[in-house]
Ligand binder design. Structure first.
Ligand code: CP3
Length: 354
């Protein structure tokens, strides 16, 4: 078991060990671009699918069956731990997530519950166990959570936001309330991520999707300590990917917060980002998901550009810079995976030798 574990290209890349080829997985890889997913969504709501362990496991495995991805990610959502904290959640049609009673007052923060993940989110833990069994060691399973800032932004704004006025308002104007909320979320996330490890995930990703709305100094003061607390509090037996978008000015500080791998989007050059981060951390990214709407020769060109920027260094996990778009043609996804595997297994060094 230990032997096979060592050979997963995905886990080797997380640990910056040379792999046979560059591993690839995609954020939102089990989603609406897949016919099978859309068929299931006709019968069940998104939350029903997340909360039914058998269904969640089935959806997690769809891209594993249809694509040569190098890791699976458990089908769930960053917002699910909010419900047992006492926050009412809905995924409204065409609107995305909606939180009906956003948290903006100190007494609401005090009332938030610290969850017991194994009981409160037993469906997720069960889904993880089913997927691990079904995968039979074929590829590793990634668990995940939102990062404290991104979750706080949903809790405070009540949904997606353009300018984060309420979130930043609390952050700038009420330090003790901000600290209270971020500390509570951090505690919940430590429990939540460790429970996923106990259930069987072999890696974790922390999504700080919206933290790019902050300047570096504000990140340092209001976010870094909490993200660091979460990362430090997670069992070190599995690697952790620390991901954000629009984060080019925050990279060094994200690294300071922690993570074995830093996930970047397409707004930075991957090679330059890695140089800035230093090669003592692995990197994940960073194809613009919109490229996948274009023809296969464009996809191939972009794959080569990204892989050339890596210069054959161990420790790169190929991914999109953000989630795959629902209108992505399926055969373009197959072309992407094929191109990454093919091009990376002929590394420049090998070419010279040949
Ligand atoms: O990556 C995967 O395949 C695993 C599953 C996963 C989902 N959401 C499923 C999902 C993961 C890792 C997430 C993370 C998530 N959820 C994030 C962080 C990543 C990111 O995109 O920045 C965020 C911000 C959310 C919150 C969320 N969930 C939003 C904003 C939306 C609506 C937008 C959209 O894409 O529709 C969701 C819904 C959601 N989460 C869907 C899926 C497959 C679509 C649900 C549907 O079928 O209608």
């Amino acid at each position: 078991m230990e032997e096979t574990k060592k050979e997963y290209p995905f886990l080797m890349a997380c640990r910056r060990q040379p792999a046979r080829y560059t591993p690839i997985w995609m954020m939102r890889q089990a989603g609406r671009y897949m016919r099978e997913y859309r068929a299931l969504r006709k019968k069940f709501s998104f939350l029903e699918m997340c909360k039914n362990p058998e269904l969640a496991a089935e959806v997690t495995l769809l891209p594993v069956q249809r694509l040569r991805v190098d890791a699976a990610i458990i089908f769930s959502d960053i917002l699910l731990p909010l419900e047992p904290m006492g926050i009412e959640l809905e995924f409204a049609k065409h609107e995305g997530p909606v939180i009906h009673h956003p948290i903006r007052e100190v007494n609401q923060i005090d009332a938030l519950r610290i969850i017991e993940p194994e009981e409160d989110l037993s469906f997720l833990m069960k889904a993880i166990r089913i997927v691990c069994r079904e995968l039979e060691g074929k590829i590793p399973l990634i668990g995940f959570s939102g990062a404290p800032f991104t979750l706080a932004s949903y809790i405070i704004e009540g949904g997606h936001s353009k300018n984060y006025i309420l979130t930043k308002g609390l952050m700038y104007q009420n330090h003790s309330a901000w600290d209270g909320l971020m500390s509570k979320i951090s505690e919940v996330l430590i429990r939540y991520l460790n429970a996923q490890i106990r259930s069987g995930v072999q890696a974790l990703q922390l999504f700080d999707s919206w933290v790019g709305c902050l300047g570096p100094k504000d990140y340092e003061e209001y976010v870094l300590p909490y993200s660091k607390k979460v990362i430090d509090g997670v069992d070190k037996t599995v690697p952790l990917i620390h991901f954000a978008t629009s984060s080019s000015t925050l990279l060094e500080r994200m690294k300071q917060a922690g993570g074995d791998v830093i996930g970047v989007d397409w707004r930075v050059d991957l090679g330059e980002a890695w140089k800035r981060l230093g090669y003592d951390v692995a990197i994940q990214g960073n194809l613009d998901p919109v490229i996948l709407l274009g023809p296969p020769d464009l996809i191939e060109k972009e794959v080569k550009r990204i892989l050339d920027g890596v210069e054959g260094r161990p420790g790169h996990i190929f991914n999109l810079g953000h989630g795959i778009l629902p209108n992505t043609p399926f055969d373009h996804v197959t072309a992407l995976i094929e191109a990454v595997h093919q091009y990376s297994s002929k590394s420049p060094r090998k070419k010279e030798e040949g």
